[in-house]
Design a protein around this ligand. Structure first.
Ligand code: FPP
Length: 264
């Protein structure tokens, strides 16, 4: 079906739809409430252009701005991106330092505009792993936009899904130890209110760029029933048109949540 709509991958294909044409095909009542993005392929994109890996991250911020703006225009409720995993510290020091500076600089540059667009920013993950300066920047952005009512924009930094579950378990274990709750009384809501994404609806759609088809420890509880969408495009080359393709594909899927198809 999608092949018919979009034709072959080759962009010179005469059947390829424009951004506006794809957008027009999307049933706005069937948009995902929560989109999560694994922005992969920055390094490969840069190497492919003979540039250092960090140049790919800098270019990735531009893509993020474009796609976040599209999410705002479509009034998507929540938009979560994987910006730095608990494992990313293993990268070369220069790349890690570049990313830290990029987070601080991008926030300083974009915060006013994000605030004006009504975006509510939250940084999720083990934030105490960052420098006091960066923690202050994260905290300032969260506090400043906390009362905004637009897109809930979650930026996962020093984040790992298993680490998040570990923190939830430790918190619950302390409640049990203090005698506040019996183990058998622990329920799903007590887990969800301790997640970094507490108060945000579960992920409906995960988009991962750059060809790998895995979740890489991203939002492992929240993606239990998420639809997955993969593309070979590296994140810096990801466009609004491709974002719309993912949303259109999502809008045409039959989500059953373990039940029966409504179509039958
Ligand atoms: C994965 O590509 C990308 C990252 C680890 C970093 C993504 C971060 C940004 C785009 C910056 C976001 C900034 C803000 C302010 C939220 P990769 O390096 O793993 O690419 P590769 O797989 O080709 O090596």
């Amino acid at each position: 079906m999608l092949k018919k709509i979009f034709g072959k991958k080759n962009s010179s294909n005469k059947n390829a739809k424009t951004e506006e044409e794809i957008l027009a095909l999307i049933d706005r009542d069937r948009l995902p409430k929560h989109v999560a993005v694994i922005m992969d392929g920055n390094g490969r994109w840069a190497s492919g252009q003979g540039m250092v890996r960090s140049a790919g991250h800098a270019s990735g911020v531009k893509t993020l701005k474009t796609i976040l703006r599209a999410a705002v225009d479509l009034k998507i409720e929540a938009f979560t991106v994987y910006a730095f995993s608990t494992e990313n510290w293993k990268r070369p020091t220069a790349e890690v330092e570049f990313l830290m500076k990029l987070f601080a600089d991008s926030l300083a540059r974009e915060l006013d505009e994000m605030d004006e667009l009504g975006i509510r920013i939250k940084f999720i993950g083990r934030l105490d792993g960052f420098s006091p300066y960066l923690q202050e920047q994260f905290d300032n952005a969260c506090r400043r936009t906390a009362n905004n009512t637009g897109v809930k924009f979650n930026v996962a930094v020093n984040y790992g899904g298993q680490d998040e579950m570990l923190r939830v378990m430790q918190s619950l274990a302390k409640e049990v130890q203090a005698g506040n709750v019996a183990p058998d009384d622990i329920d799903v809501s007590m887990i969800e209110e301790r997640l970094d994404t507490a108060g945000v609806s579960p992920v409906d759609l995960v988009i991962r760029t750059s060809g790998d088809m895995r979740l890489s420890n991203f939002l492992i509880w929240q993606t239990a029933y998420a639809e997955l969408w993969f593309t070979d495009t590296n994140w810096p080359d990801f466009t609004k048109a491709e974002f719309y393709k993912a949303l259109l594909d999502f809008s045409q899927r039959d989500r059953r949540f373990g039940g029966l198809s409504k179509k039958k």
